[in-house]
Ligand binder design. Sequence first.
Ligand code: ATP
Ligand code: MG
Length: 491
Amino acid sequence: MTVPAVEFKGVSKYFGEVRANSDISFSVLPGTIHAIVGENGAGKSTAMKILFGMYRADSGDILVHGKPVSFRSPIEAMTSRIGMVHQHFMLAEPFSALDNILLQQKGSAFSLLPRKEQKKRLTEIAEHYGFVLDLEANVEDLSVGEQQRVEILKILSQDSEILILDEPTAVLTPQEVQDLFRNLRHLRDEGKTILIITHKLKEVMSLTDSVTVFRAGRVVGQKKTAETSADDLAEMMVGRRLQKAQERETKVDPNQVLLRFDNVSAKMGNHAIHEIQLHVHSKEIVGIAGVEGNGQDLIIRSLLDATSLDRNSLTGQVSHEGTLGAFPEDRLRLGVLPARPVYENFILGQHKSPLFSRGLFLKGKEVISKTQEIMNTYDIRPHNPLLSFEKLSGGNQQKLVVARALSQKPQVVIAAQPTRGVDIGAIEFIHNQLRTARDEGAGVLLISSELDELMALSDRIVVIYKGRLVAEFTRSQFDEVALGKAMGCGK
Ligand SMILES: Nc1ncnc2c1ncn2[C@@H]1O[C@H](COP(=O)(O)OP(=O)(O)OP(=O)(O)O)[C@@H](O)[C@H]1O
Ligand SMILES: [Mg+2]
């Protein structure tokens, strides 16, 4: 019998009262790709962080190639040739890709080589796996896909043979996902073992050899991928069948425009938008499809943050009726205070509302009870308004940001990548919230890199390519191939 590369045996981990992992057992054979799936907060990242030496288990054993291990730090894990790419990358932004990789190598044989040799070696690894990457570029100038390649190159240069990837595709474009998967298959075929956390069951089905399902801190099943299906996995994850939303053909009142972009052009560095003409009506969800980096960001900035655009570059008219609710794409950079409690983050931006303040003073009780109510409605777990934001799991953070925007019942909703990193149950929930906002009269502008999401939600989809709107589809014309083509080449 083959000895598993990684085996968890009854591993448990508490954070105070929260039982993040409870008697976790599963195993992964060497030279395979293994998925870890489960709802937000199910304990996936925690389990992987224990394996990687970031947390200590309270009880249970982890075996690597049959030998019990208990790493006290990631450095010890790396010495045992285990590498991890985190859910939120941990690169130091003002430094080059090369420096970021070298920073982590202190004390290794690799670190003693002259810089020229190090660069040569890294370039060789990159070329071997077909990574396209400029090692001298500053990390802050790299796309997320490129930053991720830096992270993967970093662990490959440490000679890792067990690779852990925590939601690697959440922030990638479809093309980048294809490239990543090609690289991962290549790594597997060379004998490496890969553990990958993902919410995308299509990816589990197309990439992996086996899968473990977590629910509420426990393992509810381990399967060979070939012997299960996306529907079965979804049901194991949430404990019920998910409903397919019914589609509808909408009739909107052409006179009820809530959001207008009239002939809008703008620039920011190398990026530009040209003559954007787009109206969003009451009771309508308009989707913007496009490969990331084609100007979506500038459309949002022209509405929400015009001062961040190049001076005097904004021309045309942008306007909206009524209140505006937006959820930013990058929740960790915009709009949250990670170290502050959930309730403070919840009222951020509305702390002066008479609902929550009396003169200069916050109505503490009201704020906390309102936050509690929202956490219950949106099932943001754990249901504790006093917990600091950063202690919520990734998907629960996203749910809070969405809840904050929608709970104020805005007339215009700007939803940028609204379900990035959230689990399928929560996707269903957020989608229903957006549909409800629309049905109650709001106009919704949805920016998403997921075609499935755009087609499920939008009443109309426009395609952006190189800063121009190049195509428009009404619901009856939605077609994955035609949309994909317009996104890829503007036709
Ligand atoms: N450092 C911490 N302190 C306190 N609680 C934590 C900490 N890290 C995680 N938790 C809690 O442990 C539970 C499991 O979190 P974990 O991050 O492992 O979930 P996850 O399955 O990775 O979710 P997601 O899909 O949202 O990333 C959650 O309830 C979370 O709030
Ligand atoms: Mg996680």
